[in-house]
Ligand binder design. Structure first.
Ligand code: ATP
Length: 488
């Protein structure tokens, strides 16, 4: 398998030598997804800070499963694609065990999960995303490439909630004549979206992708597959006889479009070269109102933007008056004890000593910590799944806290690094949800063993440490504030 640098096109022209990338050039973060042959991880290029979705394939597994041609095909096809509605391949490289594909990051999940979340899409939303898929297919087919496994799992979203079509392992490059009369293909694809010609004659052409488009439009509007049965055999029977029912509530123009896409005869499918090509498809009444020229920059429908955001924490002010937690009596006693010990000059620092493994005791850091010591901590940190978020900085404290805002409580991983920076991350999706802004005005307020506040000029963060270490957090934050901003 050839190793290459930036988007090799296999051409003959002499190119300036490109420095090959290596795994050490990246800081690897959380897993974005797993496929049958790969793991896709978020990766940050250390020298540039750029983020990629790094698809990592185990060579041994690929060879054992006889998937080398599939991987080569994916690389070749992706290298040819440079369009906003497709995942982009920036580079590939390898080490003795693995192959690495550096892809653009599609952070907002799959079309399938969005359909499941909403139950079904409204007509405007379906129109918008159907148009994006049509535009993407037009580009793909203009390059004589057929996807052959188009389905909502393979349609991802970027931060702007634009589609990013992925998974080109079963894609095929075809000749002009193949476009008209497809050649025999082996079975590829997914039962619910597979075209009748592939089942019957083992042939797949551009029309097969248009069949899948018809299935996807049906699914967006209804939340269901057009062809559904208890097993694949029965699904195939339905496909072969084109047996499906259009729900009454589908608008007439959608019914008409789906009917024209789900045609048994691939040559009669709207959008294929023998049936008006993309001009006919794009001027279908269902797409009335779509501006094909500005589709690339058109904002996503509100409902989708909301869906992309609703798990995130916007920076709206907390209404602390709504916080109703009672003061913990034991905590009050402890505070009083510490105050009295301080008065006696004994200090209470011992009782607050920071000892958990993810916590660097005594904020000496760059100032007092020896280089060697710092290196040791950094090495330890490199093995942690949170290292990625520190962006090369030393993590000074880390742990899970509940973040309360109005009536909602969200679990977040808090990471306090040099800088200083205090980030909070969704521990499941591993998405950075926000950052508590540092300034000399930042102030902590322990309220109980579990509860503490961080006051900033614009917002008060209400945090709950279920391990009863709220005071340790406050102490650490106060130490860091003192180090960076001095005493107020
Ligand atoms: P399979 O052949 O089983 O579909 P595969 O090994 O070819 O899988 P992909 O489908 O390419 O792997 O990727 C696996 C998962 O990783 C995807 O379902 C998706 O959730 C995630 N993923 C892939 N590419 C990206 C990307 N560019 N950005 C974000 N997530 C991605």
């Amino acid at each position: 398998m050839a190793e290459n640098g930036e988007n090799s096109d296999g051409g003959q022209k002499t190119k300036p030598p490109i420095k090959k990338k290596r795994p050490e050039d990246f800081r690897f973060g959380p897993i974005l997804g797993e496929g049958s042959y790969s793991t896709v991880k978020l990766a940050c290029e250390i020298s540039t800070g750029r983020e990629f979705a790094m698809k990592i394939l185990e060579k041994r597994h690929i060879v054992k499963e006889k998937k080398v041609p599939q991987v080569e095909r994916e690389k070749k096809v992706l290298s040819r694609l440079d369009h906003p509605f497709f995942v982009k391949l920036y580079f590939t490289f390898q080490d003795p065990e693995r192959l690495y594909f550096g892809l653009s990051v599609a952070r907002k999940g799959e079309l399938l999960s969005k359909i499941k979340q909403l139950g079904k899409f409204d007509v405007d939303c379906t129109r918008f995303y159907s148009a994006q898929i049509v535009s993407a297919l037009q580009h793909l087919h203009s390059l004589n490439i057929i996807h052959r496994d188009l389905k909502p799992e393979n349609i991802l979203f970027n931060d702007l909630m634009q589609i990013q079509i992925t998974d080109f392992g079963t894609a095929k490059e075809v000749t002009e004549s193949d476009l008209e009369t497809p050649k025999a293909s082996s079975f590829v694809g997914t039962a619910q979206y597979v075209s009748p010609e592939l089942l019957k004659d083992k042939q797949a052409g551009v029309s097969s992708d248009l069949w899948a488009l018809g299935c996807i439009i049906f699914q967006m509007l209804s939340g269901k597959f057009p062809f559904q049965a208890p097993n694949e055999y029965l699904i195939f029977q339905q496909i072969l006889s084109c047996r499906y029912e259009l729900p009454d509530y589908f608008p007439d123009d959608a019914k008409d479009l789906i009917t024209n896409l789900l045609q048994l005869d691939p040559l009669k499918r709207i959008g294929c070269p023998t049936c008006g090509g993309y001009d006919a498809l794009m001027s279908h009444p269902f797409f009335k109102g779509i501006n094909w020229d500005t589709l690339l920059i058109a904002p996503a429908p509100q409902v989708m933007l909301h869906l992309a955001d609703n798990s995130s924490d916007d920076e709206e002010n907390d209404d602390v008056s709504q916080i109703t937690d009672n003061f913990d009596q034991v905590f009050m006693t402890e505070l009083k004890k510490q105050a009295s010990e301080k008065r006696k000059g004994r200090g209470s620092d011992e009782s607050l000593a920071l000892s958990e493994p993810d916590d660097i005791s005594g904020f000496g850091l760059s100032a007092c910590m020896s280089e060697e010591e710092r290196e040791r901590w950094m090495r330890k940190q490199h093995q942690s799944e949170w290292d990625y978020f520190a962006k090369g900085k030393l993590i000074l404290k880390r742990g899970q806290l509940e973040k309360k805002r109005k009536l909602s409580v969200k679990v977040r991983e808090f990471i306090l690094t040099e800088g200083p920076k205090l980030l909070y991350i969704d521990p499941v999706s591993k998405e950075v949800k926000g950052e508590i802004p540092w300034s000399s005005e930042l102030r902590t307020e322990p309220r109980s063993f579990r509860i503490f506040y961080i006051h900033t000029p614009n917002r008060t963060y209400h945090l709950i440490d279920k391990t009863n270490n709220a005071m340790k957090w406050c102490k650490k934050i106060d130490e860091i504030k003192k180090f960076y901003f001095g005493r107020k």
